[in-house]
Design a protein around this ligand. Structure first.
Ligand code: CS2
Ligand code: MN
Length: 356
């Protein structure tokens, strides 16, 4: 298992790489290029510079999160083959610099959705929350609120230029239902997985966040059955999963422990995002501190499912709260994520020693 933390690069992240290195047990950072338009090939000189920075700080960069998928691939537009060719070249380029896992998602229009990016907890810390009444508004209003509340940071998957035309984008998805979106995912995977096999890279799809339909959009990565179907349809170890405990548990019908155990056993869990959430009522929730007592997930069971089934992939804490006066990119402060790392590694050490 390799413990990592997500780093948004020298321009977009105010946390210096050295600070990640100082978190006990952190071996690598998970990075991405944020100045390459979605759909373009990632140039080798930029990859080299990015990976080189991590190495210079004594950290690995073997996981990329994310190489985002162009809408034309998700929609199945005629131009998709060009974007798929670009994606294949990006995979080859990343492999050349030691990248082993590519995390991505297949959510239409935008990435994760939260309705409150500065939700105040009783102890005064700030976190992100999703409450259903927050999406009972017009699409433009919801998009505007997310963008206005991002504390001035660019949010991957929420590119303002793209979302300025959100209605047009929605219209392009008008005849894309779950089945069509699924076919488009499989078309993409059938094309890129052979390249991954050849160059030793693993694809790892991230679950939808939230894992159910919002604004009538199709959703195909929402539960155990969806994840199994994805693994089975393109049946290669290079076609795997990023299991995000926070995202998948946003649907209380999902058994996160069973999903983790099964995917690990099958050798398809390449990357784990481990965070806790607290269900407020129905499907409303906020992202809590990592320890079990603060949220709805039993983090010991989460780590045990990984441990007992021989997990050997990459792992990172997911979002953290803002504590100790820290401000910045919602979900990605240093302090609370560092506490998460320490806690998760503590559970892991206990699991290791208990078996001796
Ligand atoms: C992440 C997602 O910050 C987050 O919420 O968990 O944005 C994740 O990076 C993407 O969905 C993966 O493509
Ligand atoms: Mn995640």
């Amino acid at each position: 298992m390799q413990m990592t933390m997500r780093w948004f690069g020298p321009k977009e992240d105010k946390i210096p790489l050295e600070h990640f290195r100082q978190v006990p047990g952190v071996e690598g950072v998970v990075g991405a290029l944020y100045d390459v338009p979605v759909g373009d090939v990632w140039p080798t000189d930029k990859i080299e510079a990015l990976v080189g920075q991590a190495h210079a700080a004594g950290l690995t960069m073997e996981v990329i999160e994310s190489v985002n998928i162009h809408d034309d691939i998700k929609i199945g537009a005629p131009s998709r083959d060009r974007y798929i060719d670009n994606y294949k070249q990006t995979i080859r380029n990343l492999a050349q610099y030691g990248v082993k896992v590519i995390c991505y998602n297949f959510m239409p229009v935008f990435d994760w959705m939260k309705t409150d990016m500065n939700y105040v907890l009783p102890d005064g810390s700030l976190t992100m929350a999703f409450e259903k009444h927050g999406v009972d508004k017009s699409l433009e209003e919801v998009v505007k609120e997310v963008l206005d509340n991002s504390n001035g940071f660019a949010l991957p998957g929420w590119e303002p230029e793209r979302l300025a035309k959100v209605q047009e984008l929605f219209a392009r998805y008008a005849d894309v239902d779950d089945d069509k979106l699924r076919e488009n995912l499989f078309y993409f995977l059938r094309a890129v997985i052979p390249v991954c096999e050849e160059v030793g890279v693993k694809m790892a799809i991230h679950p939808d966040d939230p894992p159910y339909s919002i604004f009538g959009l199709p959703r195909i990565v929402k539960n155990h059955a969806d994840l199994t179907l994805i693994c089975d349809t393109v049946n290669s170890p290079a076609n795997g999963i990023t299991l995000c405990t926070g995202s998948i548990a946003e649907d209380p019908d999902n058994n996160v422990y069973e999903i983790l155990a099964d995917l690990t056993r099958r050798g398809r869990l390449h990357f784990a995002h481990v965070r806790n959430i607290k269900i407020i009522k129905d499907k409303d929730f906020y992202e809590s501190a990592h320890p079990s007592q603060y949220g709805s997930l039993d983090m010991f069971r989460v780590m045990k499912a990984l441990h007992d089934n021989g997990f050997d992939g990459y792992i990172r804490p997911d979002h953290g709260r803002f504590i100790w006066g820290e401000t910045g990119r919602p979900g990605y402060g240093l302090y609370d994520r560092a506490l998460g790392v320490t806690y998760l590694l503590g559970l892991w050490e206990a699991l290791e020693k208990a078996k001796q």
